[in-house]
Design a protein around this ligand. Structure first.
Ligand code: AMP
Length: 139
């Protein structure tokens, strides 16, 4: 638990939330400022800011909850689809520094955008640059 973390306060029961799912490791609740009807956040109960900070067990529990909840959330609000995503770090738009997966129900013609819309200007990378990226990631 982190003292100043709003999501840790929700886990502790100090701040109310509209909980839709809870296990020993994971909590899911409605987003307070929904981007669409049914917008749900899934969080690990233990505090971690970045996805890379999660250990394998917690990452597994989190993703298991996401895979279980995504169709349930869609079905609950009769959505046609969903965007599932994480803002990982402030530069990516993360405002609450506690890992949370957004499940955002989507509806035909809702005027929204795909996850591709989150990127900035698209890079024009050479083959050499792409190879360098592969080497850097693969290690
Ligand atoms: P992000 O920009 O990915 O960090 O998203 C944080 C999300 O948390 C936003 O969609 C907020 O609407 C949501 N949020 C912030 N405070 C609360 C709260 N107390 N209960 C539910 N959702 C919250």
């Amino acid at each position: 638990m982190s003292e100043d973390c709003i999501f840790c306060s929700i886990v502790a029961g100090d701040i109310p939330a509209r909980t839709v799912h809870e296990t020993d490791d994971v909590l899911a609740f409605l987003d307070a400022n929904p981007l669409s009807r049914g917008h749900t956040l899934v969080i690990p109960k233990g505090h971690a800011q970045h996805v890379g900070d999660l250990d394998d067990d917690l990452a597994g529990a989190l993703f298991a909850a996401v895979t279980e909840l995504t169709p349930r959330v869609q079905s609950a609000v009769d959505a046609d689809a969903a965007n599932v995503g994480i803002n990982d770090g402030a530069a990516a738009g993360q405002e609450v520094p506690h890992v949370h997966v957004h499940i955002i129900p989507r509806f035909e013609g809702d005027g929204g955008a795909p996850l591709h819309a989150v990127g900035g200007e698209r890079p024009d990378l050479t083959d050499e640059e792409l190879d360098a990226v592969v080497d850097a990631i693969a290690g």
